[in-house]
Write a protein that binds this ligand. Sequence first.
Ligand SMILES: Cc1cc2nc3c(=O)[nH]c(=O)nc-3n(C[C@H](O)[C@H](O)[C@H](O)COP(=O)(O)OP(=O)(O)OC[C@H]3O[C@@H](n4cnc5c(N)ncnc54)[C@H](O)[C@@H]3O)c2cc1C
Length: 142
Amino acid sequence: MNEPILDVIVVGGGYAGLSLSYYLKNYSLNHVVFERGKVGESWRTQRWDSFKMNTANKLNLLPSDVGEANDPNAFCTASEYVASFEGYVSKFQMPVVENSKVVAIEKAQDFFKLAVLSNELIKHYFCHHWCGIGCDSPTLFQ
Ligand SMILES: Cc1cc2nc3c(=O)[nH]c(=O)nc-3n(C[C@H](O)[C@H](O)[C@H](O)COP(=O)(O)OP(=O)(O)OC[C@H]3O[C@@H](n4cnc5c(N)ncnc54)[C@H](O)[C@@H]3O)c2cc1C
């Protein structure tokens, strides 16, 4: 096997995945965040047009984010929230790979092998640890 073994693979580029990525980066851990759609996908596709957050902006901050774009006491829309994710990914240069769905995870010797579907092709990635906190694909974990 010639592929590099990453320290961590994170499944899902939502609040949980981005928060984790922030800390992994701070600890200089080699990692990647695979997101099946675009960053903040749940907020793009699983909310309604008139949706507004029920938590004020000051309660929605990602690690180290000061939320300068939004009034801290206001309640933003889903698209404003997505924009804050996009700004965060760009500001902290998060290793997010969009349009990449993790479709299988298996243990191989002392590392994990993840199958990732992107552009109708499956590619395999290897890591010592993986995490899918925000991921809603329970069949991955068999
Ligand atoms: C209708 C609704 C309204 C809500 N309103 C609020 C609110 O106002 N304030 C609040 O604090 N919380 C709210 N929540 C809860 C909110 O979802 C959580 O607080 C938190 O944002 C969830 O973050 P997460 O990263 O765990 O999940 P998500 O944001 O869902 O992120 C998971 C990501 O994983 C990706 N993913 C899933 N499976 C795979 C896979 N196999 N491969 C690659 N990527 C994958 C998804 O596309 C998604 O982007 C609301 C929830 C709902 C359903």
